[in-house]
Structure formats: C-alpha cells, structure tokens
Design a protein around this ligand. Structure first.
Ligand code: ADP
Length: 310
C-alpha cells in the first residue's frame, strides 16, 4: 500500500522512517512546502531501507500521492509570538483547506490520518473540509497517552504493558481522562490485582501515574523542543492495523456523534480500526467522576472547534 505523508518535519519524517523500518508500506511519499527538506529526508531514509525492508521512499508534489491508500497529515505551523491559540487555529485551518483539497483531488477514497496539533480540532476540521465519512478521518488522538498510561501501570504492577488494558479518553491535551475504573491487568480489575500483588494503587500512586501520563510531552519538549519518535511509531502501528484489516482497538480521535451529551466533537475513545478505517466504538464503562471529566473534555473541544473560522 502506498502511504503519503504531507508535512515532512520532525513528525512526518520520523513516521516515514518508522514505516520503512517496519516495512508496513510498499511505498512512502513525502510532500512538503519545503521540497528540499522532503527530498533530503526521503534520501536519508532511502539509505536506511536496504537494512530494514522492501519499502521504497520518494518525495514529490501532490500528484505523486495518486492511489495512496492512506495519507498522514503532519503539516503545521507553530504558534507565533503574540498569536492566540484561536488565531493559530484559524491559520492552520486555512493551511489544511489547501492541503486537503490537493489530497482529495488525487485520492478521493483515501483514509486520512491526522497528526498535527491540536490533533482533535485538526481532525474535526479535516473531516469537515474533506467531506469523508467520520471513520475515514482518524486523528492520532490519545494513542500515545494510552501507551504511557499502560507502561506506567505495567511498571508499577510488574506486568507487561501489552497485557494491561487501559485507555486515556477525550482530548489529546490537558483535559484528557485516564479511565481508571475500567483498567485491567489481564482480565482482573487493576485495583484488585494491585492489592493481590502488594502494590496497591494508593492516592499518591494514582496521582503520580496521572501526572506522568498527562505531562510527559512537556518534559520531552523542555529537553529537546518537540516530540516525534513515539507518535511516529504509533502512526506506523495504526497503518499496519489498517493495511492488515486487523480490527484492532486503539484510542483514536474521530468526530463522534454524542460524548456524554456533547454533540459532534472529535476526541478519543477506544475504537476498532481496520481496512475501512474506524468501524465501531468500544465505549468503556465509566464511573460518575470519569463521566463528568469526559463531558468537560468534550465541551472544551467543542468550544475550541466553534471558535475556528471555517
Ligand atoms: P512537527 O514537529 O509537528 O513535525 P515541524 O515544524 O517539524 O513540526 O514540521 C511541520 C512541517 O509542515 C514543516 O516541514 C513545514 O514545511 C510543513 N508545512 C507547513 N505548511 C505546509 C503546507 N501548506 N503544505 C505542506 N507542508 C507544510
């Protein structure tokens, strides 16, 4: 399957590299306003691929994306000094209008994977502009937050994160909700198992895991400016699931009809992902506090989306 990537910055190029190392795409095409940057990344990654897989990589203009099954949108513009978040959103919405028009021109049946931040709003903007069904416009959402939550729980309980079933819901951002009440180690509720193995989830353990899940990105940004390897690996994993029609569960962001009474907002809940994109939701059981927090998260996102001039 051909995979296009629009925006060959840190996230886009790291995603191309991850796709090449995993060999999940037959061909990767990088497109960027800065064509020299896209070309340089494509060349550099091309030199890594003989050590890794049969994936081929190229850069080019939008016509090179023709017949791509999936296009990642990782383009964006950073906040300028003095610019409000809403101004930035307006500017990115205008950029997206151009990009999505070009993509739809050459691959109208594509699945779009949105990685640009704020990812939930950009996903909703993409869905509106493209006119694609909601299940074919997938934001990376909280896939990374969920992975962090699982690793921290796994480390605390000495269980592989792959055998921890727990999700981060809502916004990929400050209002996200860690779904503690439905978290399981194997099939056993987390709190029960934690007590059994003598590592109870006390208030302070819970607060620390919450804080480290929620604020991990800030720590990385302080140290090196931005985050990209984690999200790149997550995008490659999602593309693997789409290509193999896995029907695997990921906490991705799509426009959702009703979230705790809030209508039409893109946010993450666990969803089934396969060849057609997202085909079903697995809305977890939540306690009253989590429901209220998810309602808040959805309301924050709805408010932000309504502020975007579309
Ligand atoms: P990130 O860390 O999110 O990847 P970067 O700034 O490294 O952020 O990358 C964003 C990329 O998006 C840049 O390479 C930039 O040239 C690209 N870009 C910005 N606007 C457009 C656009 N309209 N079309 C294509 N690429 C764009």
């Amino acid at each position: 399957m051909k995979v296009g990537i629009v925006g060959a910055g840190m996230v886009g190029s790291a995603a191309a590299y991850a796709l090449g190392l995993r060999g999940v795409a037959s061909e990767v095409v990088l497109v960027d306003l800065d064509s020299a940057l896209a070309e340089a990344h494509a060349l550099d990654i091309a030199h890594a691929l003989p050590f890794a897989s049969g994936t081929s990589i190229a850069s080019g203009d939008y016509d090179r994306l023709r017949n791509a099954g999936i296009v990642i949108i990782a383009a964006g513009s950073a906040q300028r000094p003095g610019e409000t978040r809403t101004d930035l959103l307006g500017r990115n919405a205008a950029i997206f209008r151009d990009i999505i028009g070009e993509i739809m021109r050459v691959c109208p049946d594509v699945i779009l994977l949105v990685a640009s931040n704020p990812v939930d709003i950009m996903t909703q903007i993409t869905q509106v502009i493209s006119g694609l069904p909601a299940g074919r416009v997938i934001g990376s959402g909280t896939i990374l937050d969920t992975a962090r939550f699982r690793s921290l729980l796994g480390a605390h309980l000495h269980v592989s994160p792959r055998s921890i079933h727990a999700y981060v819901l809502g916004e990929h951002g400050d209002s996200q909700v860690l779904a503690w009440s439905s978290a399981r180690a194997g099939a056993v509720p987390i709190a029960t198992f934690a007590t059994q193995v003598g590592a109870p989830i006390t208030e302070s353990v819970r607060a620390e895991i919450d804080d480290r899940t929620r604020n991990a990105a800030y720590t990385i940004i302080r140290g090196k400016g931005s985050t990209y390897y984690g999200i790149a690996a997550g995008l490659a994993r999602l593309i693997g699931a789409i290509r193999q029609d896995e029907q695997a569960v990921f906490s991705v962001s799509i426009v959702t009809e009703n979230t705790e009474g809030v209508q039409d907002v893109a946010l993450s809940i666990p969803r089934i992902v396969g060849r057609e994109g997202v085909t079903a939701d697995l809305y977890p059981e939540l306690d009253a506090q989590e429901r209220a927090a998810l309602h808040r998260s959805a309301s924050v996102l709805r408010g932000l989306f309504e502020s975007v001039p579309l």
